[in-house]
Design a binder for this molecule. Structure first.
Ligand SMILES: Nc1ncnc2c1ncn2[C@@H]1O[C@H](COP(=O)(O)OP(=O)(O)OP(=O)(O)O)[C@@H](O)[C@H]1O
Ligand SMILES: [Mg+2]
Length: 349
């Protein structure tokens, strides 16, 4: 903690509390001392535990004990401001009433804009998927047509059964494509974090990225560690990997290798990396690639939002992303996920 660090207590763990947690925990020189809510089932309390932020049931325990410099009251309870003033340490400032509501609105606005940007990036990607999707759906459809035409004439019951089974398999393949794409395109669900298997997510992302980029001349190598599991939003993580894989394949241009790797360190630290043997990134561009709208791709090929969204998701999860690249040799993006904290409400995915 530096001398400039603000130590903030959040009172109220409803929507306002969650929005503040998500915003403030990313800001340097801001330390969240804790969050309090008299309702132990308030949704922000679980979010705080996920972020390893202390949770208190009694407001006075929070505002009095943690060297708090600013107290943000987002309860909407008109009597709370007077109560906080009565129990707080002298010197601690209070933000409540209309000022807290304005801040809450700004934070809400900011997270809505981020969600829109994230969705816009996904939908822009889907536009470029169209040719790949049409190709992959058309193949099983042609097969079904051929088999159905045969069946009209076929007398042998054994062959009829065999061809009916082939038709069923082809339909299943087509609906698997539709299921993958619908899952990818949908807006993120409740935003609740669950246990996500990174190997499964990387495989799913590879299937989706195939619609955007041709993998024909690309050798795909998978080096997966068992138990590469993190706590996070599955839809956001899918989008992260689709972006990294798409970038990698676009960088390869002709022949090359795409390596997808996960690892679990002895300390339980989980990481995932996407490497390519593509064109590489010049060192002077390293600081720019995560900026919104930075792209070196021709118009219509890239919007420059991919890595910006990747960074937003990873910093929201309190993870780290680093890039290692040599021009003409290739690039590796490596994500380190934060250590998980024990929790009771997670469902395996
Ligand atoms: N694996 C990679 N190899 C080489 N350059 C890369 C790689 N990944 C990213 N870059 C560089 O970083 C830039 C920004 O990437 P980003 O994914 O944010 O945007 P984009 O791919 O250009 O567009 P899109 O919004 O469609 O993803 C790219 O234009 C490219 O110059
Ligand atoms: Mg990209």
């Amino acid at each position: 903690m530096t001398p400039n660090t603000m130590r903030i207590a959040i009172i109220g763990a409803g929507k306002g509390g969650i929005a503040l947690l998500d915003l403030l925990h990313q800001i340097p020189d801001v330390d969240i001392a804790g969050i309090a809510d008299k309702d132990p089932t308030a949704p922000g309390l679980q979010r705080a535990r996920d972020l390893n932020i202390p949770v208190e049931e009694r407001v006075q325990d929070l505002v009095h004990n943690h060297g708090v410099t600013l107290i943000m009251d987002v309860t909407g309870d008109p009597s709370m401001a007077a109560y906080i003033h009565a129990v707080k340490r002298p010197g601690a400032e209070v933000l409540s009433g209309a000022a807290a509501r304005l801040l809450w609105k700004l934070v809400q606005h900011q997270s809505k804009l981020e969600a829109e940007l994230f969705q816009a990036d996904k939908l822009a990607g889907l536009g470029s998927f169209a040719a790949g999707i049409a190709h992959d759906i058309n193949n099983p459809l042609q097969l079904i047509l051929g088999l159905a035409e045969n069946l009209v004439e076929e007398q042998n019951l054994g062959v009829v059964h065999e061809q009916a089974r082939d038709i069923t398999e082809a339909v299943k393949r087509t609906s698997a494509i539709c299921r993958d794409l619908t899952r990818y395109a949908r807006r993120n669900g409740t935003g609740e974090d669950v246990m996500v298997n990174l190997n499964t997510k990387l495989d799913e992302a590879l299937r989706i990225a195939r619609y955007a980029v041709t993998l024909q001349d690309v050798t795909v190598v998978k080096r997966y560690a068992e138990e590469a599991v993190v706590r996070g939003n599955p839809d956001e993580l899918l989008h992260v990997f689709v972006n990294l894989i798409t970038n990698a394949v676009q960088a390869i241009q002709n022949h090359g290798t795409l390596t997808l790797q996960t690892s679990v360190g002895p300390d339980g630290l989980v990481s995932a990396s996407v490497s390519d043997t593509g064109c590489g990134i010049p060192k002077e561009a390293f600081s720019k690639i995560f900026e919104p709208l930075y792209t070196t791709k021709p118009p219509g090929k890239g919007t420059g939002l991919g890595l910006y969204n990747v960074m937003s998701v990873i910093s929201k999860m309190e993870g780290h992303i680093c890039v290692d690249s040599d021009v003409g040799v290739g690039t590796t993006f490596r994500i380190e996920f934060p250590q998980m904290h024990p929790t009771t409400s997670c469902a395996p995915l």
